[in-house]
Design a protein around this ligand. Structure first.
Ligand code: YSA
Length: 354
């Protein structure tokens, strides 16, 4: 027999049973080592002594190796058992339902990030608005047919406390026509211009309201994002550049914008714009825009003059846009019905958690 073979077999034994087999094979009554020892008597004295010493040494080595291997196998078996039989004493915790941002807020957040990067300030305005800021000052007098394009919720104040709609300086503007739930965010163009001296660039996110039958693409309450840039020498090219930048911000390097002529009383010329959506290979109509109509600058300067402020809009030019926020989300995510937005359906809203 060979010691190295014995040691190798011991090392290879993968469990206690196999190890016991190796032990019997070498040290058992008929084991290889036992047999070798039995043959010692047949050897001449000198050789017997030497061989006896070697075999005894091997025996000691084999016994030690067996012991060590047994200890290792037992430790491993214990570990395996512990991990198999371990008891999980922890209870699952209570899952607190966590809210998320609404899809509209997510899209608005994305839009505002893009415009902030372009140097725009974000401002907000009132939802109950004076007829004057919502329509008249935007070149839509009472008789103007364009008013029909935006079916309006008119607001009547009844009750003991008189209600005041405040102008940009906190002054009452109740004498400037009735009150409406704003039909668009464009009224903020007037409010902001009255209180500020150009140049400036702003965006105005906000809720708007229209007295419309709802259907898959129309809600009575939705959101718009308005943009306004005023200064000296501002041109239509700047408008195109900004809308194209927005397209790239939303749809990546290949995003681009398309403009088609249209009419809004508060711009001249007026356009509607669409953005190219590379992923789907189609144009998305998003909103209206154009160069600020000189009528607006005059109305704003008149308002300022009435309050003893200097006229500051002569010689200025500017551009503005207004886009539907839900519309952008609908087109981008292929949402089949705008009414899903505000029905508080969690199964819908959870798909867009921020
Ligand atoms: C145009 C020129 C400017 O210089 C500035 C702004 C504008 C936009 C203008 N104030 C306006 O409101 N135009 S709009 O009536 O065509 O609405 C703009 C966008 O709002 C539409 O393109 C659409 O995306 C969305 N919208 C309109 N009615 C809606 C609606 N979204 C949901 N439900 C409705 N009922």
């Amino acid at each position: 027999m060979e010691l190295s073979a014995a040691l190798e077999e011991i090392e290879k034994a993968e469990n206690l049973e196999a190890l016991q087999g190796v032990k019997v094979r070498y040290l058992g009554r008929n084991g290889l080592l036992t047999q070798a020892m039995k043959t010692l008597g047949q050897l001449p004295l000198e050789e017997r002594r030497e061989r006896g010493r070697v075999l005894n040494e091997w025996k000691g080595t084999i016994e030690k190796a067996l012991e060590e291997r047994e200890a290792a196998l037992r430790a491993r078996a214990l570990e395996e058992r512990l991990s198999r039989e371990s008891v999980d004493v922890t209870l699952p915790g209570y899952a607190f339902p966590s809210g998320g941002l609404h899809l509209t807020s997510l899209i608005l957040g994305e839009l505002l990030r893009i415009f902030r990067r372009l140097g725009f300030s974000v401002v907000e305005g009132p939802e109950v608005e004076s007829e004057y800021f919502n329509f008249d000052a935007l070149n839509m007098p009472e008789w103007h047919p364009a008013r029909d394009m935006q079916d309006t919720f008119w607001v009547e104040f009844r009750g003991p406390t008189p209600f005041t709609i405040q102008g940009p300086f906190g002054e009452s503007v109740n004498h400037r026509g009735g009150a409406v739930l704003r039909t668009h965010t464009s009224g903020m163009q007037i409010r902001y211009m009255i209180a500020h001296t150009p140049p400036f660039r702003i965006v105005v996110p906000g809720r708007v309201f229209r007295y419309e039958e709802t259907d898959a693409s129309h809600e009575a309450m939705f959101h718009q994002l308005e943009g306004l840039v005023v200064g000296q020498g501002i041109t239509m090219a700047d408008l195109k550049g900004a809308i194209e930048e927005l397209a790239r911000g939303l749809f990546g390097k290949e995003g681009k914008a398309r403009f088609q002529p249209t009419f809004f009383p508060f711009v001249e010329p007026g356009v509607q714009f669409a953005m190219w959506w590379p992923e789907r290979g189609k144009w998305l109509e998003l909103g209206g825009a154009g160069m600020v109509h000189p009528y607006l600058f005059r109305a704003v300067d008149d308002y300022r003059e009435e309050r003893g402020l200097p006229r500051v809009y002569e010689g200025m030019t500017g551009w503005a846009f207004g886009m539907g926020v839900e519309r952008l989300a609908i087109l981008r995510y292929g949402i089949p019905d705008i009414r899903y937005f505000y029905q508080n359906r969690l199964s819908f809203l959870r798909q867009f958690r921020g």
